[in-house]
Write a new protein. Structure first.
Length: 311
């Protein structure tokens, strides 16, 4: 086994805490990547107080990107961030060899850590998932955050598998997108104290942070980065009144971001804010007109009449 890039004992202090947007990938209508919009989004999130950025995750449509595009996007994101904000790279794949290759791209680009989704479509066993992650962690010397999202991958990591993986030096954290608070609390109670857990479910993120989660890797933070930063800070400090008020304000947005498959609604929302063009790669298509009013109403509720443009 390779030595860890960082000592796992220091993961809690090195990995970013708080609000971490799972960034959309801006595109033109022909599907090519809009680098200027990407750079502008990074600048905006820095100004709004986001604590880190995940690129090439599910929200970033990573599954549609070529290897060359992965490399280019990672390089541009890291170079433009210039150390002002940590960059975490989505490097998961349903092929272990591809996940290793993507993780090597991320290391070469200079990201802080990687986020590696459970292999999708193949429906691996728990032993298969363990060996998959062990192979990636051994092949590339870079901190790896597990990403458990069974709503997308069909199969998910059992708690016992997470416990086994937590013993591997380079495996330093988990993004738990199950939304199961009870399970998350019990798992955090069993994991080593230096193993970092992030919520990956916006509606339940504050509750998980109240119980010790490090932060939230968020879809909604694409649209309301400052509010999500405030929410995460309040939840991590135990400020229940602030959390309650903010959650009531942004709960409709959390629901609206999933009225159709992510990132369809969030890209529509950002287009209304003139942050990006509303462009996707097939098989994703633009938001159905019947959903526009719901998403717009949720945005106005979250913004609280702050004057942000909504068409």
């Amino acid at each position: 086994m390779v030595n860890a890039l960082i000592d796992p004992q220091t993961a809690n202090s090195i990995l970013p805490a708080g609000s971490i947007p799972a960034l959309v990938t801006p595109m033109y209508e022909d599907g090519s990547l809009d680098w200027n919009a990407l750079r502008a989004l990074i600048d905006w999130h820095i100004a709004e107080g986001s604590d880190a950025i995940v690129v090439l995750g599910s929200t970033g449509e990573a599954a549609t990107m070529s290897m060359e595009e992965h490399g280019d996007l990672l390089q541009i994101a890291v170079e433009h961030a210039r150390g002002r904000i940590p960059i975490i790279a989505g490097t998961g794949a349903n092929s272990t060899s591809e996940a290793i290759e993507l993780t090597q791209y991320a290391k070469n680009a200079g990201v802080l850590a990687t986020l590696s989704v459970v292999p999708y479509y193949n429906k691996p066993t728990q032993e298969g998932m363990f060996r998959h992650y062990a192979a990636v962690a051994e092949a590339v010397n870079l901190p790896l955050i597990l990403y458990n999202v069974p709503s997308r991958t069909v199969v998910g990591l059992d708690d016992e598998t997470v416990m086994r993986l937590a013993e591997i030096p380079n495996v330093v954290g988990l993004k738990d997108a199950t939304g199961d608070i009870g399970r998350g609390i019990m798992l955090m109670n069993r994991l080593p104290t230096d193993f970092v857990v992030y919520s990956g479910d916006d509606p339940t993120a504050a509750a998980l942070m109240f119980h010790g989660a490090h932060g939230n890797i968020s879809v909604s933070a694409n649209v309301i980065p400052a509010l999500m930063s405030r929410l995460c800070a309040a939840a991590r400090s135990g400020d229940a009144p602030t959390v309650r008020a903010l959650c009531q304000r942004i709960a409709p947005l959390h629901e609206a971001m999933f009225v159709e498959s992510n990132p369809i609604p969030v890209k529509w929302a950002l287009a209304q804010m003139d942050k990006i063009s509303e462009a996707y790669r097939l098989p994703l298509v633009p938001l159905s007109p019947s959903k526009h009013a719901q998403v717009a109403a949720a945005m106005k509720c979250a913004f609280g009449g702050a004057g942000t443009k909504i068409s």
